[in-house]
Design a protein around this ligand. Sequence first.
Ligand code: HEC
Length: 168
Amino acid sequence: MSSDLFKRITILVGVALLALAFISMFAYDVIKLDWVSFMEIQPAFQPMYNPLPVPAGSIPIDGSVYVPSEGVPANPIPAEAASITRGMELYHINCIHCHGPLGKGDGTVAIYLQNKPANLTGLPVRALSDGGIFLTISDGIQGKMPALNENLTVRERWDVVNYVRSLK
Ligand code: HEC
């Protein structure tokens, strides 16, 4: 009788140990399960996608920016060599893949785009004011060019404007 009890306890402990070993395989990454993640199906604000409108009565603290009632902003940054050099570096990070190394609209991804990037040296862009280019960079063009106001500070945008202006 007591040997029967011993046998039962041994089997019980054995089963418990096996179960523990099995469970720890999950913890130690022996068995890897991709847990369902619901992060991507939550409502979310994507970057560069429908930027929130500026609340009424806001005042820009970051230099000249677009205030709807005040029309196109004036360029506060003189087109000096330092600004143009900075603008060139930022252009090479943010614009070159679409607008191309010389602004001709022939960047490496341009062939894949349905709406071709503008030639920044062409007449239509040269006819834009500095503020007009600033607004294009800030707000993008719906369905064609992304808004880059989250990638570039106000100052950086004006540097890029000065660089675009220097393209011939
Ligand atoms: C994803 C590609 C893409 C990127 C990145 C991009 N652009 Fe554009 N851009 C476009 C396209 C496409 C158009 C042409 C839209 C059209 O046909 O009106 C355009 C048009 C423009 C125009 C002309 C706007 C007008 O009113 O005619 C300017 C100026 C411009 N881009 C500047 C820039 C600058 C400066 C940057 C970087 C800070 C930049 N773009 C980044 C795709 C891009």
